[in-house]
Ligand binder design. Sequence first.
Ligand code: GCO
Length: 402
Amino acid sequence: MQRFPDGFLWGAATSAHQVEGGNTNNDWWDFEQAPGTTAAESSGDGIDHLHRYAEDFELLAALGHNTHRLSLEWSRIEPAPGRYSAAAIAHYRRVLTALAAAGLTAFVTLHHFTLPRWLAAAGGWLAPGAADRFERYCRHVTAELGELMPFVCTINEPQMIALHGYLEGYHPPGISNPVLWQRVGRVLLGAHHTAVRAVREAGGGRCRTGLAVQLPLLAPARDDDASRALHRLLQHEIVDLYLDGLAGPDGGDWLGVQYYRKQWVDPALPGRFGEPPPDVQRTQMGWAVHPDGLRQILHHAAARTDLPLYVTENGIATEDDTERVRYLRTHLAAVARALAEGVDVRGYLHWSAFDNFEWAEGYRPKFGLIAIDHARDFARVPKPSAHTFARIAATGRLDATP
Ligand code: GCO
């Protein structure tokens, strides 16, 4: 087994709304409280990362991480249109300073699913001028915090915002409309380009910007015309539109690849995606485990963009941590193979550092390397998988682990 290259980035990812707690001024909070939505429960206190960030970063560093991905909460920074909170900026300056002090390289996402309540009320990403609002927020954050943000991710998973929010109605704003689905994806891609320019200008060359896209391995459920046609449509709308949209100077400096699973496209089903075949392993989310998909998707991303790649999310929801250890090892082996085959992959950030708030599914799915004991004052309890990850990160070798 080949060694991962020196300088490879090792870490894990979170997002603000999933861990901070008390994010009451965004669209997700409202969605969680509203009757009749898909949300299982409220995000509530999160895992109280808002107050425990410094000890969290020290723990991650002690567990071998050299990098950490987190997001800033737009609704804290801009609680009302054009009104920026100095206290929120000061908070995130302390957060990012603590991150650097722990020896971790920061990957900072500017928009990870949550919108300020005022922007959602105005129409969210389809509000007139939404991309301009986002640009001003990006510019402000970068001017204030740029020296602490070596890697800036503009938007997390624009395709999933569009798919879950505007076609499946499974995330806010809970819409199911194929026209709006396709429109909002293009708005988000445009917002990424605008944000790249804003961060470059305000950051003065200190921040390397990128987009994080979720790239499922899609396959037609059957070998017939209807399945192939729907597969082509979804492959374009979920994957290729975004990869091809990164050509040109405003595409960014790197691409974040997020991979979880293989999905079978089935035109006979209202939900468009079929159940995995019976012999395929499934996670707590019902997702099909398919490690070689990560290798394939890294090749696909490399073939369609010229950008260096970072795996910015990859992980499994399971109560059985031995499954997580296996998932980690098999998916890292897929990354190692892609590297050996010449793909320029520069880091791997596992989803997630901690068990956390999994959006509409609430706290039930366990994605973390570290458990949270909510009954014991949010105590952090590293799982065996956290130690497996630590050994791989420390040695750069998969075979160094028992
Ligand atoms: C996403 C988000 C994460 C999720 C993770 C597991 O991919 O939906 O980036 O916030 O929690 O992917 O679903």
